[in-house]
Write a protein of this length. Structure first.
Length: 227
């Protein structure tokens, strides 16, 4: 269960694959940044740069985890809503959110509780590889649905190989990283009307920016949680 802005309890459907992962997150959450943030700092900075000037723009970070991408977006001037399905990881993000720069919520990435075109852009970092198909397809489609300009995705570099230590961690998490390394992300985005405009690779990571064609964008309302 999650709580909305008005205090109403909202039921969040938690898929089986995440129940397994959440057991591990409850143990690792206090140490998560120590393992992950240092390795992804460069690709995160490069990805935010791909978005250009985001000052004042409403941006959604899906699968925010402990909030590393979300805080980077907020530091660049964006108005950020950050959601994740893991209460354990969100508690760490909330502990770093003393200035209230992020609007945090528990939410399923494949069932976002936002209206169409609610945000300027929708982002995700190191999340799609966690999901089995077809959940991954639905999560990509949901990002496209709630964004009026496009999406930015950070994840493992598809078509490549991962460091042995990374593979060990992903096996412990029971993620679907093997299928993601073969995932036709560009094709999926194209089916949703999005065209890849930029890509940046850094070691075993990649960042991809896809936009709607010129003229397809609309002005999003201010970000906020649904009623």
């Amino acid at each position: 269960m999650a709580t909305g802005d008005d205090g109403e309890r909202i039921r969040v459907v938690v898929p089986d694959y995440h129940l397994r992962q959440e057991r591990l997150y409850r143990i690792l959450a206090p140490f998560y940044d120590r393992f992950v943030e240092g390795h992804t700092r460069q690709i995160t900075s490069a990805a935010v740069a791909l978005l250009g000037d985001i000052r004042g723009r409403a941006i959604l970070d899906v699968g925010t985890g402990t909030g590393n991408l979300a805080f980077t977006l907020a530091a660049a001037g964006a108005r950020v809503t950050a959601v994740d399905l893991s209460p354990a990881l969100l508690r760490i993000a909330a502990g770093k959110n003393a200035d209230g720069s992020l609007n945090l919520a528990v939410m399923n990435a494949a069932e976002l509780r936002f209206a169409d075109r609610s945000f300027d852009s929708a982002c995700a970092a190191m999340m799609l590889h966690e999901m089995p198909e077809p959940t991954r397809d639905r999560a990509v489609a949901e990002r496209a649905r709630v964004s009026c300009r496009g999406v930015m995705i950070i994840d493992y570099r598809r078509g490549g190989s991962l460091h042995w230590a990374t593979r060990l961690i992903e096996r412990l998490e029971m993620s679907a990283y093997r299928s993601y390394l073969r995932y036709p992300l560009e094709d999926k985005l194209r089916e949703l009307g999005l065209l890849v405009q930029a890509k940046h690779c850094d070691g075993q990571f990649e960042a991809l920016l896809a936009r709607y064609p010129e003229g397809a964008a609309t002005t999003p309302p201010p970000p906020g949680l649904p009623d």
